[in-house]
Design a protein around this ligand. Sequence first.
Ligand code: C2E
Ligand code: CA
Ligand code: CA
Ligand code: CA
Length: 279
Amino acid sequence: AKRRPHVPYLEFDTSLSEGATRRLVIDSALRVAMARREFTLHYQPQVDLQDGRLLGVEALLRWQHPELGRVPPDEFIPIAEENGLITEIGLWVLREAIRQLRAWDDAGIEVPMVAVNCSVRQLDPDRFPAQVQAILGTARLDPSRLELEITESMLMQDPDRAMSVLNALKALGVRLAVDDFGTGYSNLAYLRQLPMTRLKIDRAFVNGIGQHGNDEQICRTVIALAHSLQLETLAEGVEHAHQAGFLMQAGCLLAQGYLYSPPLPVAALEAWIADGGVR
Ligand code: C2E
Ligand code: CA
Ligand code: CA
Ligand code: CA
């Protein structure tokens, strides 16, 4: 009898092209998303592990499209990085987060600082530091109220370029965090030379606390490494009290995660703060 080995292959092919079609749809929808004001920011509290005090918020981009619905940043940001729109979108995120921080100051709502995610494509040495300075100047905010988060893997893509932009940002007084730390393959000698202020322990490791001895060991090692480089550590994705307990014992001072609060729209974050935050 004749077999038809190419049938499953065809099915596979079809699903591939669905993925490619979705990318194309997202790509073209992204091109008009800014003009149509489809982006918003949510803010997730960053707290002191010891007493739950609010130390800052991380701005996280949200995209609501009329037909596609809510598209997650993990899906559209890589596409925006590829087609170059991330430069424009990233600048909007920065302006909006800084405008919001100014508004909180004016309203007497105490948000010590805001952290903004940055893609390496935004780190143009000729433009980015000047743009950051202008945005902070317009809002009359001290540069130390802003932290820029850059993922470890991105820092490793183009080390020389990253180094010069980061030094310029540091000279302005902006704070710099290595995001998703532990997932890349950092050259420690290189990492030491970067003017960073904080390491963010990736939530994959935090998630393994209490389950995988390996992950606990990685958390301990990252915290010890950060201490030796005189960097702060913030643990991401803290969901359970026992994880917070472990991290505190290991010497980590800062945390972020669903245990404290998910990322929230502005009004909900203000309610969380008015409520006393974490108790
Ligand atoms: P990220 O910077 O590592 O952000 C943390 C992600 O973990 C967020 O996902 C947040 O909602 C989620 N999260 C926070 N706490 C918990 C927790 O306790 N448990 C779990 N399971 N998840 C938690 P989100 O908002 O979907 O963002 C995904 C990624 O998209 C971000 O990862 C960041 O890499 C990127 N992103 C978001 N906004 C921006 C932006 O404005 N610019 C750039 N370049 N990237 C952005
Ligand atoms: Ca981040
Ligand atoms: Ca992260
Ligand atoms: Ca991430």
